[in-house]
Design a protein around this ligand. Structure first.
Ligand SMILES: [Zn+2]
Length: 428
């Protein structure tokens, strides 16, 4: 299911806990799945996430993956299918969704016996799903959309995600353990200490907890039911350590398998083929020095190996990332990742592949008479105003950039859910 108007996906995932409660006569097979879709579609909210589950009769090992109102939630490693009435299931979920979804949202529900073709997921995460593609994919399913079909699209794409594909960064999936607040606290300040966040942020595989300036990134600011989202590459690390967060404790928590931090939304593309709305990754050389405009945003141009140019932007919320951008010089080789809006690539991260030698101007020569000379114009000689003697231009001083090769990115709190953090990028 998907609720396209949810803030940060928080409401959709809280709805997920309600659905699990409602369908407690079934077993959960595998973990609930939180699937983020194209962050660049014009109608998206920042989260653009959809949730899907497999229900059935559990078989084999089970493990605890959550707690809802005092009841343990288990996920079975395997399951057998059981007879069910799809219409009835849809009605039961519909009742939950109608009771809890925001009046402006466009929720969608899809019930299916099988996972949908994975091509639909890739269309939904990196492109636009057309009505034709969607109606083909929905063949054989039972579905329902409220106030529009956007929610159906997200729900279907979520059912098309396998979480096992070998993408560019070789991260097929990650995990998020989400804690939820007591309903009476929704909208109020969250009482999560920086100390408790620091305690969990350095654990193996854990990411996006805190910014380098100390701002807590794992606790949302929106008035949604989410207390925190605890992300990592190992589900057991999350389950074993979330109790250290506090002092406010969650009344519900649930583990999700997600496509967050996979970079699945990025496609390798030549600049010539880039179209509005694309999320791309391309190797380029800097072709103009970065400029700062009002508001602290940075702009510079790059060109690819075919000489095609595109303007790049690092906006104010990217904070210290802009100080890296400021130090780039024409000719530096980069991989740039980001999304294209108004013919400008909004940077999600860069990799510095090669740095050209920098040059600085030496001081003006001192004349024999002891006075400092002055330049007579660009590329021209230097002249002493006192005695009129001319001197040729001194050689520029070459020096190495203080930048280091590697990946650079904005802080976690301004990063997209789908972006792979620099710390997790392959060290190639
Ligand atoms: Zn002189």
């Amino acid at each position: 299911m998907d609720d396209t108007d949810s803030v940060e996906g928080g409401c959709t995932t809280w709805l997920a806990t309600e659905v699990i409660k409602e369908l407690s006569d079934f077993d959960l097979i595998g973990c609930p799945r939180l699937v983020r879709l194209n962050p660049n579609v014009p109608w998206k909210t920042r989260g653009n996430g959809a949730v899907s589950f497999t229900f059935g009769k559990g078989k084999g090992n089970k493990k605890k993956i959550g707690e809802i109102d005092g009841s343990n939630i288990f996920s079975f490693e395997n399951g057998v299918s059981i007879d069910y009435n799809g219409r009835e299931i849809l009605e039961r979920i519909k009742a939950v969704v109608l009771q809890h979804s925001h009046p402006d949202s466009e929720p969608g529900i899809v019930v299916s016996d099988v996972f949908l073709p994975e091509g639909l997921y890739w269309q939904g995460v990196a492109d636009i799903v057309t009505e034709d593609i969607l109606s083909d994919a929905l063949h054989g399913t039972i579905f329902l959309g409220f106030r529009g079909s956007r929610g159906v699209c997200g729900a279907a794409c979520s059912l098309a995600w396998s979480g096992t594909s070998h993408n560019m960064n070789e991260i097929p999936h990650t995990w998020e353990l989400i804690g939820y607040r007591e309903e009476s606290n929704w909208g109020g300040n969250r009482d999560i200490s920086t100390d408790s966040v620091n305690k969990v942020s350095d654990l193996e595989g854990v990411f996006s907890c805190i910014d380098s300036d100390g701002k807590i990134a794992m606790v949302p600011n929106s008035p949604c039911p989410v207390l925190w989202g605890f992300r990592g590459t190992e589900d057991s690390v999350l389950i074993d350590n979330f109790h250290n967060l506090g002092p406010e404790k969650p009344v519900r928590w649930l583990l999700y398998r997600t496509n967050q931090a996979t970079d699945d939304h990025l496609r390798s593309k030549e600049i010539l083929n880039v179209k509005e709305g694309d999320c791309i990754r391309v190797e380029v050389a800097v072709s103009s020095v970065p400029e700062t405009i009002e508001g602290g945003h940075r702009f510079f141009s790059v060109k690819d190996s075919f000489g095609e140019m595109i303007k790049c932007a690092a906006f104010e919320p990217s904070k210290d990332f802009r100080h890296i951008i400021d130090k780039l010089e024409v000719g530096d080789k980069l991989i740039v990742c980001g999304s294209v809006n108004n013919d400008t690539l909004n940077l999600e991260k860069i990799k510095i592949l090669d740095l050209v030698t920098r040059y600085s101007k030496p001081p003006n020569p001192i004349c024999e008479c002891g006075k400092r000379t002055h330049s007579s114009g660009k590329n021209s000689y230097y002249r002493c105003k006192a005695c009129g003697k001319k001197y040729s231009r001194p050689e520029l001083i070459a020096f190495e950039s203080e930048l280091e090769l590697g990946w650079y990115e904005p802080p976690a709190s301004s990063r997209r859910h789908l972006s792979t953090p620099a710390s997790m990028m392959l060290k190639l």
